[in-house]
Design a binder for this molecule. Structure first.
Ligand SMILES: [Zn+2]
Length: 437
């Protein structure tokens, strides 16, 4: 048995079973798990011999879960902005990737992304990028948690050539990550318009057989509907349903062009939505009807998307944008209240990844993945309402400490497993190499 550690935050936001805020409550951890969540007075008696850490001005939350990103694209942050989506993707991002994509690019970019995410309270992320085996190495070394999507796309890249090669590499990654306590993998077809029916059928079959998540961009732009009608005679969602992809393992990213029928279909099939509000706003893609989806009982989560279209991986900021945008779009200030917003980046995300028994709330028996936000900053005073401060006022810079499996990866703002100077130096090298001509 390893030593017991007890955290005593000013405020505890467990998310489950209580949706509210607890005061004078302690969280005991042992061997990477949450051992107990209990009133301070009881904890003082039961765990008197344990190592205690007081967080006197902090809110302690479950670790945050970023449900969609392309980590290595942090190296493309600010590379091509203020452009129409197709121009941005086809004339800038894809050509840059054709030129620069390499194991070194992915390692440097992912380390930069992981540093940013940990500093902002993200303990788990759902990834989609090339060289996923390198991403797995970076995540493994940094100590956080991830579901790594192995990309599948029609064109060849420096990483894979042809659909068979993409599938072989995906299943190799699946084999390599079997039994890992922090890493899982997903099949990540890029989008409905960059993969064939045969490929999607193969993905549905593998997802069934191996219980794999399928992580895919979908209905990001209106053009996808027109394209699907022309090529397949049906709207994209009906096509995916026909191919057996719509179920509780499916992570549908963006969903900015939905009709009423679509919402009922998504609710009926148990599909998870990954809302990326800032990327959608920046590329003027459209609006995901979050309030309507939640009302219909659909599981809605939040992703930052890559830094090439955001331009940060700040999940607290993304949550705030999501809450505000949902209210504006629904013309209802009660839509997506603060507690709901927090659920979207914690328990809803855990559920989408099939990890609801492991992470997403501060409950005994779960992994000790936690994030402390210091509310003692002028920007978050006075604290009338803790959840309101966290959602509507707190900055990711106020995240002081992060634990994953009970291991402290961010300690009073200092990264423990990453050398931030080295990470920054590696990122800077790309500045010179990729100088925009
Ligand atoms: Zn994306």
């Amino acid at each position: 048995m390893t030593a017991i550690q007890v955290l005593l935050p000013r405020y505890l936001v467990p998310v489950r079973p209580d949706a509210g805020v607890l005061e004078q409550h302690a969280v005991a951890m042992q061997s990477g798990r949450i051992l107990d969540v209990l009133p301070e007075a009881e904890a003082r008696g039961r765990y008197a011999e344990a190592q205690w850490l007081e967080l006197p001005t902090h809110a302690l939350l479950p670790g945050l879960v970023n449900m969609h990103t392309h980590s290595a694209m942090t190296l493309l942050r600010g590379y091509a902005d203020d452009l129409e989506l197709n121009t941005w993707l086809r004339e800038h991002i894809w050509p840059a990737e054709r030129r620069w994509l390499s194991p070194e690019f992915v390692r440097d970019g992912t380390e930069l992304a992981v540093a940013e995410m940990l500093r902002g309270g993200t303990t788990c992320f759902s990834e989609m990028y090339f060289f996923p085996e390198i991403i797995a190495e970076v995540v493994e070394a940094a100590g956080l948690r991830a579901c790594i999507g192995s990309p599948i796309i029609e064109f060849e890249t420096a990483w894979a050539q042809g659909f068979d090669d993409y599938f072989d590499k995906a299943m190799q990654l699946h084999a390599d990550l079997q039994g890992h306590d922090r890493l899982t993998m997903a099949l990540a077809p890029h989008a409905a318009y960059t993969v064939t029916d045969a490929v999607l059928e193969r993905i549905a079959k593998l997802s069934d057989e191996h219980d794999l998540r399928v992580h895919m961009h979908l209905l990001e732009i209106a053009w996808e509907i027109k394209h699907s009608m022309q090529e397949h005679g049906v709207r994209p969602l009906r096509r995916l349903q026909r191919l057996g992809l719509l179920n509780e393992r499916f992570l549908a990213v963006h969903m900015a062009h939905l009709g009423e029928d679509d919402i009922a279909l998504l609710a009926g099939q148990g599909v998870n939505i990954v809302h990326c509000p800032e990327s959608n706003l920046k590329l003027a893609s459209g609006f995901c009807p979050v309030a309507k989806l939640l009302e219909a009982g659909v599981n809605v989560t939040i992703g930052t998307d890559g830094a090439a279209s955001n331009n940060n991986l700040d999940l607290l900021g993304e949550m705030r944008t999501a809450a505000l945008l949902a209210k504006g779009l629904a013309a209802d200030p009660c839509a997506v209240d603060a507690a709901t917003a927090v659920e979207m980046i914690t328990i809803n995300a855990a559920t989408a990844l099939g990890l609801q028994d492991e992470i997403g709330s501060v409950e005994a028996g779960k992994a000790a993945d936690l994030c402390a936000i210091d509310l003692d900053w002028p920007e978050t005073q006075p604290v009338h309402h803790v959840l309101s401060q966290v959602v509507y006022a707190a900055s990711s810079r106020q995240v002081s400490d992060v634990w994953v499996n009970g291991r402290r990866l961010l300690e009073q703002g200092r990264l423990v497993t990453l050398d931030v100077d080295k990470v920054r130096d590696h990122a800077r090298r790309w500045n010179g190499r990729m100088a925009v001509q």
